[in-house]
Ligand binder design. Structure first.
Ligand code: OSB
Ligand code: MG
Length: 366
């Protein structure tokens, strides 16, 4: 299959809620979308990097430069016979997983469409719907948090993840647990603690959390293992897992008893599947994370989460929670905490070109 052209469309979309984490707050997203074209077909993907690098290192500006001047020129007019060949083509470029993931993921969509099958089938998926929960940001008050939780449990979501940071942790979780004794609860610190905080984090052991996500540095594995030896609550790694290698090393030293897989953070579906497989071989359950995706990234994530070791509810909740208008034509809505996998070839959703034109702030063609 020869890639005939690549188009990047940058859009700006307002979020329906203010999303506050330990690293800052977000009220909108700047989203680069990629369209790859071949034989009358189009493959789609979404970039999850941010204008300011507060989650991991990648930025929108850096990704656009890399895509326009290196990654897409390397791809266009190449003849590629499998997604693994795209990975090979991108391998010489170090890091920049999210930018590389855009290329690899759009190719998977295109490839699945050329074969006329849903992406989940090509990836080895075994589910037609995936269990989902919600990620709730830091709120102004504990009462507001309780209200949010109640609303989302009533909507059928299967687990509640709360963002925490030093000073917004034990008191919050104590009150939440009292109000919701049976809920599946987790917390996500987004790297806001240090190993020296082990004793205060151990205070959370009392509240039967399913796991604590990424308490320590975004690039650390070793200190997480030291922390795990002082905690009952399982540690789940997010930011620190950037490859199958880091997943294996975390598993080998007991730094992660759960793994949050984000296809985009890992550089694409190929590496995400290898992380899934390694975790499975260590009996480590995984779940599909999220980066406040539009319908394009969300559909990719849903397909990837159909693999057998995605046994815990993920962050891929209904698109309508995030957006008043989405960039795709189809709804992606969970019911009773289950997100249906879009059927039809590839990721199974289509771009709403009319809406895109109203929110487009830039882009280019290669
Ligand atoms: O750490 O999982 C995270 C959003 C942006 C960046 C990092 C994270 C998140 C979320 C939200 O927790 C997940 C979602 O609802 O898409
Ligand atoms: Mg996280």
């Amino acid at each position: 299959m020869i890639i005939e052209s690549a188009e990047v469309i940058v859009v700006e979309l307002p979020l329906r809620f203010r999303f506050e984490t330990s690293f800052g707050e977000q009220t909108k997203r700047i989203v680069p979308l990629l369209v790859l074209r071949s034989q009358g077909l189009e493959g789609y993907s979404e970039g999850v990097m941010t204008p300011i690098p507060r989650y991991r290192e990648e930025t929108v500006a850096g990704a656009l430069d890399l895509l326009q001047n290196y990654l897409l020129p390397a791809l266009v007019e190449s003849n590629l016979d499998a997604p693994s060949q795209v990975e090979k083509l991108l391998a010489p470029y170090r890091g920049n997983n999210m930018a590389k993931a855009m290329v690899e993921m759009a190719f998977w969509d295109l490839w699945a469409k050329a074969l006329g099958v849903p992406l989940s089938r090509l990836l080895g998926g075994v589910r037609h719907e995936i269990p989902v929960g919600v990620s709730i940001g830091v709120q102004k008050t504990i009462d507001e948090t309780l209200e949010q939780i109640s609303k989302n449990l009533d909507a059928g979501y299967r687990r509640i993840k709360l963002k925490i940071k030093p000073g917004w942790d034990v008191q919050l979780i104590k009150q939440v647990r009292e109000a919701f004794p049976d809920a599946h609860l987790t917390v996500d610190a987004n790297s806001s603690y240090r190993l020296a905080d082990a004793r205060s984090l151990a205070l959370l052991d009392e509240y039967a959390l399913d796991y604590i996500e990424q308490p320590l540095r975004f690039d650390d594995i070793l200190d997480h293992a030291k922390l795990q030896s002082q905690l009952e609550t399982p540690i789940c790694l997010d930011e620190s897992i950037t490859s199958a290698k880091s997943a294996r090393q975390a598993a080998q030293i007991d730094a992660a008893r759960v793994i949050n897989v984000k296809v985009a953070r890992l550089g694409g579906h190929g590496e995400a599947k290898r992380v899934h497989d390694i975790a499975w071989s260590f009996d480590i359950p995984v779940w599909m994370g999220g980066m406040l995706e539009t319908g394009i990234g969300r559909a990719h994530n849903i397909h990837a989460a159909t693999l057998p070791n995605y046994v815990l509810p993920g962050d891929t909740s209904s698109a309508s929670r995030y957006w008043s208008s989405d960039v795709i034509n189809e709804p992606l809505e969970a019911e009773n905490g289950l997100m249906p996998v879009p059927q039809g070839p590839g990721i199974g959703v289509t771009l709403n070109r009319h809406f895109l034109n109203t929110v487009r702030i830039g882009g280019f063609t290669v």
